[in-house]
Each structure stands twice: as structure tokens, then as C-alpha cells.
Design a protein around this ligand. Structure first.
Ligand SMILES: Cc1cc2nc3c(=O)[nH]c(=O)nc-3n(C[C@H](O)[C@H](O)[C@H](O)COP(=O)(O)OP(=O)(O)OC[C@H]3O[C@@H](n4cnc5c(N)ncnc54)[C@H](O)[C@@H]3O)c2cc1C
Length: 337
């Protein structure tokens, strides 16, 4: 691993000052950032993902800025909750009010990895973790995302890759927490050298054709400081399908948030995970649910609508049925909640 300087920031200002005027290291060689000659700086929450990227030589920052000592509280705000980005996933899982208000988020959080991972990984780091694509993670493959000329998944092993999005890079977004955050209509508070801003979580992630070397709209010298969740709908749930239920990322996931009027769905948000380069909202499924009482037949119709536009690669058509099952079961679980 390349030698690096370490900064232990104790507040937002220190963290931002330690990042600037560096360029965040996205792992892309040959990018404007790489050619700039400026030092690379990387933020570190728990370091679960960052250290892996560094050990595998995917990124080689000159400076690591730890933000694990920034706000680690979860507090009531505007009828919802304000979650510090440095909150550990394990602490989120144990938070009584979060459990009561946001079952879809807590289900996703308690299924992240193992207890050790949840004890170290932070909410901000989970949302910002880099893709798990084995070509991206392997230093031998200079893939599109690292400044190369091709996505090796197209003709290679693509069983865990995207079934939506049409490339040119076919990663799936790895964050389990981002899926329910979007389903709840969450916002991300972001701080940088200029005034802090809030970004709709649904607008935060970017497709490869918008941002090939990164996954979000975050600027190199900005940090996520908080996740802001509004009051949830009356019913919500997450359902994830994993390989042998192991402590690995889901093969497909769905989070559903239903605003009810009695037994009728007034409005719905349906978001899928592990199917596209960003958490993938399913407006067609939401339209099926609006104005209906949830039954199994309606849930199946919504699941079919959610997957109608899927375009699998050579080895991952099986994910369509798995994602349908996740959507259907998330809807049924939400209706029972
Ligand atoms: C075996 C295994 C199984 C796993 N299973 C799952 C799973 O099922 N679901 C899932 O979601 N994850 C899973 N993970 C991933 C794990 O949850 C993440 O690696 C962890 O949450 C990252 O958090 P962290 O605080 O350690 O991030 P770090 O490693 O510190 O940071 C990750 C990235 O985010 C950036 N970053 C960190 N904090 C911020 C911030 N506040 N603002 C801006 N950028 C920031 C860093 O610069 C870095 O690029 C698994 C990991 C392992 C090893």
C-alpha cells in the first residue's frame, strides 16, 4: 500500500479543510483528476471499504481523512429523523425510534454483512461504498470505470451485474441502506467549502453515462454529514434475496413505502437494489399500487411492472425473477406491517 498522511478530523470544517484542495481519488487512471497532479485525498468512515480499495491498489490516496468522529447521533427532526453520517450501522439497528419509524431501513441495516461489519461501517460510508464488480476490484482489469476502454462484464462473468441501465458500465450499486433511504424520500445533507446543501437521495446517485468514474453527484471536496428522513408512510418494508442467505450483498432487494388512506394505498414508493448502477425506482409498480388495496394479485402485478423494462446480460436473466420476488414480498410485508 502506498504511504499516506492521516488526518483525524473532529468536525466538518476540519474534514473539508483536510480534503481541499485535493481531488478525491475515484480509482480512475487517466481521468482529469489523475492528470491534475494534485494530491489525492480519501475520506474514511469506518474504513471497511476504503482500506480494501487501497490494499487492492484500486485507489492510492496521498491523504486519508477520517470522519468517524463527526456527528454520531440520531435525533428527531421535522417529524422524521436526522442521522449523522458517522453513525455506525449497528447503532442504527439498535435505535428504538428508528426501528419504530423506519422498518424498511432497519431490515436493510440488520442484514448488512456481519456484526463485525455493522460495528465498524458507518451510514455515510455504506451509502458511498464503491461498486463490488469483480473487474473494478481487480487491479489486473483496467475497466471502463478505471479509465480503460471496455466493460469486461459484457463478454465476461456478469451473473451479479445490472439488469437495468444499458451500460456502458454494468455495475450494480452496492449500498443496502440507500434503497430504503430513497423509498422514504430521504435527503442527504452535504457540506463542502461553500454553503452546506441538501440533496434528494433519489437525485444523488448517477448512472455511468452521467458519471463513469464515480457514482454520485458529490464533489471531490464534499462530505455527507447527515441523512434526513421525513415522516414515513404508514406501511413500509424491505425484502432482500441473498445467495444462501450468506453475509454477502443481496442478489436483489426491494424497499416499499406506502402512504395509506385506510386500507387503500394513497401513494407508493418502490425502489429496487442490486439490479442497476443506482438504486432503481420503479414508478410503474408505484402506479399499480396507487388507489388499490394490497392483495397478492396486486403485489404480483406491481412486481411484473417493476421488472418490465429489465434487459439482462448473458448470465443474469435469473435476477429478473429474483427481483420480482423481492418486490412482491416487500409489498406484502409492508401491507402486513
Ligand atoms: C463480507 C461483506 C459483506 C457486506 N455486505 C453488505 C451488504 O449486504 N450490504 C451493504 O450495503 N454493504 C455490505 N458490505 C459493505 C459494508 O457495509 C461497507 O463496506 C461499509 O458500510 C462501509 O462503511 P465505512 O464507514 O466502513 O466506509 P469507508 O470504507 O470508510 O468508506 C467507503 C467509501 O465512502 C466514502 N465515504 C465514507 N464516509 C463518507 C461520507 N460521510 N461522505 C462522503 N464519502 C464518504 C469513502 O471515501 C469511501 O470511498 C459488506 C462488506 C463485507 C466485507
Amino acid at each position: 500500500m502506498k504511504a499516506f498522511a492521516y488526518v483525524n478530523a473532529t468536525n466538518e470544517k476540519e474534514a473539508i479543510a483536510a480534503l481541499s484542495p485535493s481531488t478525491r481519488d475515484s480509482g480512475a487512471s487517466g481521468t482529469a483528476a489523475d492528470r491534475s497532479g494534485r494530491p489525492f485525498a480519501a475520506l474514511m468512515g469506518g474504513g471497511m471499504d476504503l482500506l480494501g480499495l487501497m490494499k487492492d491498489y484500486i485507489i492510492s490516496p496521498d491523504r486519508v481523512v477520517s470522519i468517524r468522529n463527526l456527528d454520531q447521533t440520531i435525533a428527531a427532526a421535522d417529524g422524521g429523523l436526522r442521522i449523522g453520517a458517522a453513525v455506525k450501522i449497528a447503532d442504527l439497528v439498535e435505535h428504538a425510534q428508528a426501528r419504530k419509524m423506519y422498518p424498511a431501513l432497519i431490515t436493510a441495516a440488520e442484514d448488512v454483512g456481519t456484526p463485525q461489519i455493522r460495528n465498524v461501517g458507518t451510514v455515510g460510508g455504506n451509502i458511498m461504498q464503491r461498486p463490488r464488480c469483480w473487474y473494478f476490484r481487480n487491479e489486473e482489469f483496467n475497466c471502463l470505470k478505471k479509465g480503460g476502454s471496455r466493460c469486461f462484464a459484457v463478454e465476461g462473468e456478469n451473473q451479479y451485474h445490472a439488469i437495468f441501465g444499458d451500460g456502458p458500465c454494468h455495475i450494480v450499486h452496492p449500498s443496502s441502506l440507500a434503497v430504503p433511504v430513497i423509498a422514504y424520500g430521504g435527503r442527504l445533507r452535504v457540506a463542502g467549502p461553500n454553503a452546506a446543501r441538501e440533496i434528494d437521495a433519489g437525485q444523488f446517485f448517477q448512472m455511468p453515462n452521467q458519471n463513469l468514474y464515480g457514482e454520485t453527484v458529490l464533489q471531490p471536496n464534499e462530505i455527507i454529514t447527515h441523512v434526513l428522513l421525513p415522516a414515513p408512510g404508514q406501511r413500509s418494508a424491505t425484502y432482500e434475496v441473498r445467495f444462501k442467505q450468506s453475509h454477502d450483498w443481496p442478489l436483489a432487494a426491494a424497499s416499499v413505502n406506502l402512504v395509506m388512506s385506510g386500507a387503500t394505498v394513497k401513494s407508493a414508493r418502490v425502489v429496487m437494489g442490486a439490479v442497476a448502477p443506482i438504486p432503481w425506482r420503479a414508478p410503474a409498480a408505484e402506479r399499480v399500487l396507487a388507489g388499490k388495496t394490497v392483495t397478492e394479485a396486486i403485489a404480483i402485478e406491481a412486481a411484473n411492472a417493476a421488472l418490465a423494462g429489465a434487459r439482462p446480460m448473458t448470465g443474469n436473466a435469473y435476477k429478473i425473477q429474483i427481483a420480482k420476488t423481492a418486490v412482491k414480498r416487500a409489498i406484502m410485508a409492508a401491507a402486513r406491517a
